[in-house]
Design a binder for this molecule. Sequence first.
Ligand code: NAD
Length: 251
Amino acid sequence: MRFENKVVIITGAGSGIGEATAKRFSQEGAIVVLAGRDTDKLNRVFSELSSNKALVIQTDVAIRESVKNMVDETIRHFGRIDILVNNAGLYVTGDLLSVSQEKGDEVLATNLNGVVNCSYFALPYLLKSKGSIVNNASVSGLGADWGGAYYCAAKGAVVNLTRAMALDYGSQGIRVNAVCPSLVLTPMTERFGDEILQHFDSRIPLKRAGKPSEVAAAIAFLASEDASFINGVNLPIDGGVTASNGQPNFN
Ligand SMILES: NC(=O)c1ccc[n+]([C@@H]2O[C@H](COP(=O)([O-])OP(=O)(O)OC[C@H]3O[C@@H](n4cnc5c(N)ncnc54)[C@H](O)[C@@H]3O)[C@@H](O)[C@H]2O)c1
């Protein structure tokens, strides 16, 4: 029960890692704000939480007014914010020329500007509570993927934003960290198909995809007092992918 009555905002909480994170914080006593665009998905997660100390707020993280409303509603209901989990994200496959600029803009607006927007509006309250931010970046922000230009650009920016914010707000008692998952089976990746998933298995030393609950556990750790001296870290949750220097496996 590390988060008894702590107010935790989780974006993209209607599926995948965000859903697992909402369930983890709820199990540990938190008041959970489920933020996302699709209220049907959010209401389903709400109904499966272990406690009814929760609130659904329809939010598009790419739109500033929508994020301001998310924060205002959270304060109106609960009076404080202790933890912000910037999890909402979109994936698009393709090199720079093969992705339409509209789609590319949407990826940057969600995966990067979304983190900026939510942090911007939540920070005044996090400064009061001496709270913590955990971003969901990716191993795609630590090194690049073939055919993932926009996604890698956004996630790389989130990785360095995490460091910059850790520097700027650490002295005011706020910790900012990120998780960097490799392949995790969620609605985002389930459509990849068996062949692509097998390629991933060949590159992941643990020989399997991650589970949303395994990323949620790391997010909860970074947000908790167990991580009280951890600030500015981009933690790979990757079964060992980033332990490789990229050279081929002959064994
Ligand atoms: N699944 C993986 O392999 C993997 C690996 C590394 C990082 N990630 C990151 O984890 C995060 C969660 O992804 P997931 O794998 O759980 O996929 P997911 O598609 O299940 O979850 C993403 C959620 O974000 C929501 N969302 C998208 N755009 C939004 C917006 N503008 N405003 C509010 N909500 C929005 C979606 O509705 C969805 O519920 C993403 O940031 C993703 O980039 C995932």
